[in-house]
Design a protein around this ligand. Structure first.
Ligand SMILES: CCC/C=C/C(=O)SCCNC(=O)CCNC(=O)[C@H](O)C(C)(C)COP(=O)([O-])OP(=O)([O-])OC[C@H]1O[C@@H](n2cnc3c(N)ncnc32)[C@H](O)[C@@H]1OP(=O)([O-])[O-]
Ligand SMILES: NC(=O)C1=CN([C@@H]2O[C@H](COP(=O)(O)OP(=O)(O)OC[C@H]3O[C@@H](n4cnc5c(N)ncnc54)[C@H](OP(=O)(O)O)[C@@H]3O)[C@@H](O)[C@H]2O)C=CC1
Length: 265
């Protein structure tokens, strides 16, 4: 539905682009003409993903833990060397594990906050300083999660993603003077590699959540990628500081306590 050269001449970084939603976003950007850099922690699957993506266009990859700002600086060095500029940053890397709040250890809580909130901030600040602000142009799309009514059973990620949603509003206002737009996409439950990381009780729960959904289904990677393409494109040129929910209305409807009930059984 988008013109084939929508992102011709543009460069994009997709964090967590080796799998699932991030891979789908990288593939969609490449198909519309962008040159793409992906990063993730695990080198082998990252290299395999970059090789597969390269059939659609120019794709480079570098291992990087977004929680480590020195590794993020090295990623910026690669983008500078390979492309000389960056136009689009998709902060997709992230994740969490299910658990009741009272069972979360300091280490577990910090692992999720450091990944989803701190990592997203480090990448945004470093890419803005290195590229967007000097260029006086840039575009950030953060992948968060539907947590509008809280996230019981995953309180750590609910708090971290709410932090990113608010960061979206702050950065959008602070960086408007540099012509940088900042938006978020909040997926509901999306059929992707991410869901495979969950063990059986959660998988059964996901089926029940599908029945709760007013559209009676989970979302697809393509539906998330399409929202990112819109926000990253000039079609959204007057839109910044917003969050677009791609969740079949789960932010409005459905039982948010199902995961907690699962742990109590
Ligand atoms: C409804 C669906 C909506 C959303 C869907 C998606 O997002 S799909 C996308 C889904 N995709 C993803 O989520 C992928 C990315 N996710 C991840 O990499 C991890 O979940 C991470 C974010 C915790 C980072 O972890 P890391 O690399 O920093 O390191 P680490 O592994 O060493 O853990 C550190 C500490 O965290 C704790 N802890 C961890 N796991 C569990 C558990 N299962 N149980 C209990 N606790 C757990 C534990 O305290 C551990 O320390 P310990 O006790 O071992 O010394
Ligand atoms: N699938 C779903 O239903 C939903 C997913 N989301 C969010 O969408 C995003 C993508 O999820 P999805 O594709 O499904 O799941 P995946 O688990 O497939 O993707 C997570 C990606 O992030 C990378 N990653 C994780 N931690 C780090 C880190 N510290 N530094 C760099 N890269 C990291 C992983 O690679 P590696 O392990 O090699 O580092 C992986 O490529 C995540 O933020 C997820 O929470 C939100 C709502 C719903």
């Amino acid at each position: 539905m988008y013109v084939p050269d929508l992102f011709a001449g543009k460069t994009a970084l997709v964090t967590g682009g080796r799998s699932g939603i991030g891979y789908g976003i990288a593939e969609a950007l490449l198909k519309l003409g962008a040159r793409v850099c992906i990063c993730a922690r695990k080198p082998e699957p990252l290299a395999a993903a970059a090789a597969a993506l390269a059939k659609h266009g120019t794709c480079v990859a570098r291992p990087c833990d977004i929680r480590n700002s020195e590794e993020v600086e090295a990623l910026a060095d690669l983008i500078q060397t390979e492309f000389g500029r960056l136009d689009i940053l998709v902060n997709n890397a992230g994740g969490q594990f299910p658990g009741l709040a009272r069972q979360l250890t300091d280490k577990g809580w910090n692992a999720v906050i450091n990944t989803n909130l701190n990592g997203t901030f480090y990448v945004s600040r470093i890419m803005a300083e290195r590229f967007f602000i000097p260029q006086q142009e840039g575009n950030i799309v953060n992948i968060i999660v539907n947590m509008l009514r809280g996230f019981p059973g995953m309180a750590h990620t609910g708090a971290a993603r709410a932090g990113v949603e608010n960061l979206t509003k702050s950065l959008a206002q602070e960086w408007a003077r540099y012509h940088v737009r900042v938006n978020s996409v909040a997926p509901g439950t999306i059929i992707s590699s991410g869901l495979e990381t969950y063990a059986e009780p959660v998988k059964a729960l996901l089926d029940r959540m599908k029945q709760d959904n007013l559209m009676q289904r989970h979302g697809t990677v393509e539906e998330v990628a399409n929202a990112v393409l819109f926000l990253a494109s000039p079609l959204a040129s007057y839109t910044s500081g917003t969050t677009l929910y791609v969740d079949g209305m789960d932010h409005l409807h459905g039982n948010r306590m199902r995961m907690v009930d699962m742990f109590r059984k």
